[in-house]
Design a protein around this ligand. Structure first.
Ligand code: SF4
Length: 402
């Protein structure tokens, strides 16, 4: 907690810790760079290619994802407890100027293999282009307080104007057909902006079919430990996204339907089996099957890692439930309960959580009973409805993104 608290370039202290006969010293991070300094760094003559020594092995496939993407800023004031970004980029956002980014966009249009699509214009959280408040630059970030959780700070400055101008500029660069935003968008910050122009233009011009957002969970207790907003904020965002997309579709301004892709974490400290079951039920209600689920892993230095290791939330010193190896496996399986290979683990988890009512044929059931076992789930009416549901391409029921 001390290390976390002192991770500030303006008010942070030097830390010392004795290790055997030596002392480890941690200096505060470097001061944030002003835009002109950051512009200089990004304007250096990078090769923008993997080292030729990789060629005999077929190159570096991951490069394709980032080669035509642009970093618009560094740092994030989101304050997610599981994220290490506070340690390596900091909580004070540092941005490049719009002319510098437009110059890079022009450069990208001249790169071999460019087909007119900028893959991303963003940063750790795409829509944080400025520090969260004026006080930050003078006195540093607040110790023991976050900018967005548990409630948005009254000093938080909410505006998407600068990011909007940037996106408008990039999509206007000759040779650019589309400029996508693939970095995660902080939907709680979007919802704080009463002006919906950003969300509307994002949907119309910068979503490549799927917009990634990170609700991470739906359980109030787990979200509080993660430092994430409540489920109601996410649902309000989903409703707004849907409304805007319906409007754009009916006006013929979108070529095809667009979806939200939510990122979820299983097995985070504080997450009990009942929380994972609740999340699985939520996914079932929404008819959403996540293709990927991130099982929590302890990233060095984060608050969540501290909880994982000590079983204590270092912010409150209260005990936190830490799921063990098997419980983590069950929580992960619950979020992908449709996968046949997860069936037995899901059943075990449901029985352990005293939720055998979700084993059956009803529409709200997560798994079916094993052949020869009676079903314990919902009524036959539900069974008929479930049986009649359209099948997805994987044959396990209709899939829908939300
Ligand atoms: S005053 Fe509020 S917005 Fe500014 S750093 Fe502190 S918590 Fe964040």
């Amino acid at each position: 907690m001390t290390e976390y608290d002192e991770q500030d370039p303006i008010r942070g202290n030097v830390l010392y810790q004795r290790h055997g006969g030596a002392v480890v010293v941690q200096n505060p991070p470097a001061l944030p760079l002003p835009p002109e300094r950051l512009d200089h760094i990004y304007a250096l003559p990078y090769e923008r290619a993997a080292h030729p020594s990789y060629e005999p092995e077929g190159g570096v496939p991951a490069l394709a994802e980032v080669k035509f993407g642009i970093t618009s800023h560094r740092g994030c004031f989101g304050g997610c407890a599981f994220c290490a970004l506070n340690f390596h980029q900091g909580r004070i956002v540092q941005k490049r100027s719009i002319p510098s980014i437009l110059a890079e966009a022009e450069l990208i249009t001249r790169l071999p293999g460019f087909k007119g699509y900028i893959h991303d214009v963003g940063g750790p959280s795409a829509n944080f282009r400025n520090p969260s408040c004026k006080k930050q630059l003078r006195a540093g970030t607040c110790k023991g307080r976050q900018c967005l959780s548990p409630r948005p700070c009254k000093n938080l400055e909410v505006s998407h104007r600068d990011y909007l101008n940037l996106l408008r500029g990039v999509r206007g660069v000759p040779g650019v057909k589309k400029a996508f935003v693939r970095s995660g968008v902080r939907y709680d910050y979007v919802m704080l902006d009463r002006d919906r122009t950003f969300l509307s233009e994002l949907c119309e011009h910068h979503v490549s079919g799927q917009l990634k957002v990170a609700p991470e969970h739906i359980s109030k207790d787990v979200l509080a430990l993660m430092g994430k907003p409540g489920r109601e904020v996410y649902e309000a965002f989903c409703a707004e996204f849907l409304k805007i997309n319906i409007g754009l579709n009916s006006a013929g301004r979108l070529a095809s339907k667009q979806f939200l892709v939510p990122y979820l974490i299983s097995g985070h400290p504080g997450s009990q089996l009942k929380d994972a079951v609740a999340l699985a039920e939520y996914l079932c209600q929404k008819r959403y099957s996540p293709e990927q689920v991130q099982d929590f892993y302890p990233t060095p230095g984060t608050l969540s890692t501290c909880m994982y290791y000590t079983g204590i939330d270092p912010r409150t010193m209260k005990k936190v439930h830490v799921p063990g190896r098997e419980a983590k496996a069950m929580q992960r399986a619950l979020l992908q309960y449709r996968k046949p290979e997860n069936r037995d683990l899901v059943e075990k988890a449901l029985r352990l959580a005293s939720r055998a009512d979700l084993i059956g044929y009803g529409a709200g059931c997560l798994v079916r009973p094993k052949r020869g076992e009676g079903h314990t789930g919902q009524s036959d009416g539900n069974k008929r409805r479930a049986t009649a549901a359209p099948k997805s391409s994987d044959g396990r029921g209709r899939r829908r993104r939300f």
